[in-house]
Write a protein that binds this ligand. Structure first.
Ligand code: NCD
Length: 307
């Protein structure tokens, strides 16, 4: 696929072939991401990172990726210090920023915000998370991590555990995993199950996901356990959050029910759903996963900016 000048709003916009194109390019980027090989392919290019919601990894890895490739970053610290606080619309903000940059990376609390921004921007827009909607670049780095760890994605059995209702990472990832031929099990408290439209999409791709409530039962045959945080900020009613807070936790006792090669992933941040004792075991893949955000975003920026 020709990525040059294209927006990336949803993972559904990418074919299997296009996904592997990014993953292959990301593999080449590893030494550059580690700072071991020079690469100036974004020299003179400006990437704007507009984050209207908290972020650590996504914003910093996009910015690290740009810097490592010799480009420049334009960003704002918090929406409160911009004209957004004066009531400027997203459409107007985007129209300004496109005049200052070559590409916009946007995170926004509203579902659909990235698509809207892309309509107004003449430069490519990359969705870095739109509310409970999509998070396609997280999916690319998650796929890269599975592919790198297991050597393939097809026929890998992935258990997605946690807030499947509000978690955007699992919405994008389920679709992509099904597209690439992985087997899926969804494990969530009853009120946080995967939305029907995502389950339907997975089915349309010929994969019937198992849906369970008990992680112990789910992980016995799993290759990957993908854990997510309960998305507290997306609950309309705080009392509903309190009912499910702390309802699952991955620790050494749980992992005894899984195989020895079971790898635990998490988009991070975690807030207690993976015990720190797991960090020291060979199961913990989440810190490498976080690093992989840099080469994957380098690959995507390079492809999109035609560098
Ligand atoms: C996730 C997000 O923002 O959707 N974080 C990330 O990008 N790595 C997951 C989360 O916030 O729980």
């Amino acid at each position: 696929m020709d990525f040059v000048g294209r927006d990336l709003i949803s993972i559904v916009d990418l074919s299997q072939e296009a996904i592997f194109q990014v993953l292959e390019a990301a593999r080449e980027m590893i030494p550059v991401a580690r700072g071991e090989a020079p690469d100036e392919r974004l020299r003179g290019r400006v990437v704007a990172t507009l984050f209207f919601e908290p972020s650590t990894r996504t914003r910093l890895s996009f910015e690290a990726a740009t810097h490592r490739l010799g480009g420049h970053v334009l960003t704002f610290g918090a929406p409160e210090v911009t004209s957004v606080a004066k009531g400027e619309t997203l459409a107007d903000t985007v129209r300004m920023v496109e005049a200052y940059s070559d590409l916009i990376v946007l995170r926004h609390p509203q579902e659909g915000a990235a698509r809207l921004a892309a309509e107004f921007a003449g430069v490519p827009v990359i969705n870095a998370g739109d509310g409970a909607g999509q998070h396609p670049t997280q999916t690319l780095l998650d796929l890269f991590t599975i592919w790198d760890e297991k050597g393939k994605v097809e026929d890998i059995h992935v258990v997605l555990l946690g807030d499947l209702k509000y978690g955007r990472t699992v919405h994008s990832l389920s679709y992509a995993l099904a597209l690439l031929g992985a087997d899926l099990t969804f494990v969530a408290p009853p009120t946080l199950q995967m939305p029907k439209e995502i389950v339907d999409r997975v089915r349309e791709l010929g994969k019937e996901p198992r849906q369970l409530e008990d992680p112990r039962e789910a992980i016995q045959e799993a290759d990957i356990l993908y854990v997510t945080r309960i998305q507290k900020e997306r609950f309309p009613d705080p009392a509903e959050y309190q009912k499910v807070a702390g309802s699952y936790r991955v620790d050494l006792t749980l992992l005894r029910d899984g195989g020895k090669d079971l790898a635990v992933m998490h988009p991070l941040p975690r807030v207690g759903e993976i015990a720190a004792e797991v960090d020291r075991t060979p199961h913990a893949l989440y810190f490498r996963q976080a690093f992989n955000g840099v080469p994957v975003r380098m690959a995507l920026l390079g492809l999109t900016l035609g560098a």
